[in-house]
Design a protein around this ligand. Structure first.
Ligand code: SAM
Length: 462
């Protein structure tokens, strides 16, 4: 027998096993061990003793379905949502909120140690919400057709089977009303519903955006092509029915893809954007631009980012992955100059407009790929005292980190929605002479497995 031959796994599909959950996986599943093998059990809470049925066995781990809670964790609670177990949206609803915050901090600690190989970093307790419900200002629902009616909701975990929902407990109530109205109107007007399998039909997704402070709402109806039978009539009826709606937009996505939005948008009724405010700044948000989904916690997050930036008024700051310029504008009020970089052109247009709207002039925005623009700026001799970055989940490309090191800012503030890529990038920065001093987890997404973080990173020797 060769050394590489694998040992037979201790479980087989269909087998029922008793396990004790000791941690959470990156998607919020309970993690347990059985005869040395890691077992992932969705719906398990750390501290639970469970009966689970093995579904899938891999070399290093197995997945099992929860059959029965034999002894509940002290942190186990009854989910408020009737479809919590079925819908993939809130994998932590069965865990008490205080415990969720504790577990999220632990995920960050583990990622920094295991993936970033970092030690000596202070990880603060997660900053949570007082009322962790109805916090989302953006909803994104796939639309389907089942048993002769229009359904919409969330994909069940790991599938493209839509769990039809009436009301989502973490969405703004206006988003729930938009969803219900679109389902009813699409059914009434006989709009052909998109079928993923055959790539036919028209209506693919419904997006709702709500300005938390202004109350303004936008509905985006994503279609499979430019044709949208009764689109304008539906838009007018939506606006009449939901007074908060100031904008109904058709977004055209003809591509066979999991990406929700296409490149082209056209206004069906009302305006092409909504406004909202964070702190005392106002922002215009267009359908395809990124805007943080939890506005209450965004203030907490940006407050921490500003504190960690430690600005005195004289600095040049680069805000990488700046979206519509939200962080940039807060930074600009405390430093000499901000340069924002973002690759979605509509977002950059929003950013310029937002700067003008708020009377902020010491900021400029570059539309382009951070991995191209940042090395270009560094090569041109542009220097920053502080770099703030807030990349998408996959983190930063290597050229971005190298360009940061080349510019030699005294401080880097890294805002991240993914502890794993954060840890990897902080590890790389450590190799370039940048030491992570502290990390503040902020709970932007209660009841989900996601955790947002702000890290303060200092150049060695400063
Ligand atoms: C997590 S969002 C942060 C936006 C902003 N800082 C905020 O708080 O609203 C990440 C942003 O990076 C942009 N982005 C993703 N990859 C990029 C790249 N390679 N170059 C430039 N921008 C990118 C996305 O369009 C998005 O606006």
């Amino acid at each position: 027998m060769s050394m590489q031959e694998t040992v037979k796994p201790p479980v087989r599909p269909g087998q029922e096993i008793e396990v004790t959950v000791h941690g959470l996986g990156s998607s919020g599943e309970g993690v347990a061990r059985y005869e040395g093998l890691t077992i992932f059990v969705p719906g398990g809470a750390p501290g639970d003793r469970l009966l689970a049925r093995v579904q899938e066995v891999k070399r290093n781990y197995a997945r099992a379905a929860l059959v029965q809670v034999l002894e509940p964790s002290p942190d186990r609670v009854t989910p408020v949502c009737p479809v919590a177990g079925e819908c993939g949206g809130c994998p932590l609803q069965h865990i008490a909120y205080e415990a969720q915050l504790r577990l999220k901090r632990q995920q960050v600690v583990d990622a920094l140690e295991r993936l970033g190989k970092l030690s000596g970093v202070t990880v603060h307790p997660t900053l949570g919400m007082a009322e962790p419900w109805e916090y989302r200002n953006k909803a994104q629902f796939p639309v389907g057709w089942r048993a002769g009616r229009v359904i919409a909701g969330f994909f069940a975990p790991g599938t493209h089977r839509i769990v039809d929902i009436e009301r989502c407990a973490i969405q703004h109530p206006v988003a729930n009303r938009i969803l219900a109205a679109v389902k009813e109107l699409a059914g009434r007007y006989g709009v052909p519903i998109y079928d993923e399998g055959t790539h036919t039909g028209v209506l693919r997704h419904v997006l709702a955006r709500v300005g938390r402070r202004t109350g303004e709402a936008m509905a985006v109806l994503v279609t499979n092509g430019p044709e949208f039978p009764h689109g304008r009539t539906i838009a007018r009826e939506l606006m009449a029915r939901i007074p908060e709606l100031v904008s109904v937009v058709q977004n055209i996505n003809p591509v066979r893809t999991n990406v929700v939005l296409g490149r082209e948008s056209r206004v069906l009724a009302g305006r092409d954007s909504i406004t909202d405010s964070i702190g005392d700044l106002e922002f215009s948000i267009s359908p395809v631009s990124f805007f943080q989904v939890n506005p209450a916690q965004t203030e907490v997050l940006y407050g921490k980012a500003l504190e960690y930036a430690g600005l005195t008024g004289s600095e040049t700051v680069i805000d990488l992955y700046c979206g519509i310029g939200t962080i940039s504008l807060f930074l600009a009020r405390q430093c000499r100059e901000v340069i924002g970089i973002e690759w979605v052109e509509e977002a950059v247009e929003d950013a310029w407009e937002n700067a003008a709207r708020n009377g902020i002039r010491n900021v400029r925005f570059i539309a382009g790929d951070a991995a191209v623009e940042m090395p270009r700026l560094a090569a041109e001799g542009v220097r920053a005292d502080v770099v703030v970055l807030d990349p998408p989940r996959k983190g930063c490309e290597e050229p971005v980190l190298q360009a940061i090191a080349q510019m030699a800012p005294r401080r880097v503030v890294y805002v991240s929605c993914n502890a794993a890529s954060l840890a990897r990038d902080l590890g790389r920065l450590a190799g370039m002479g940048y030491r992570t001093v502290e990390v503040q987890p902020v709970d932007m997404f209660p009841h989900t497995a996601h955790v947002e973080c702000v890290a303060r990173v200092e150049r060695e020797g400063t």
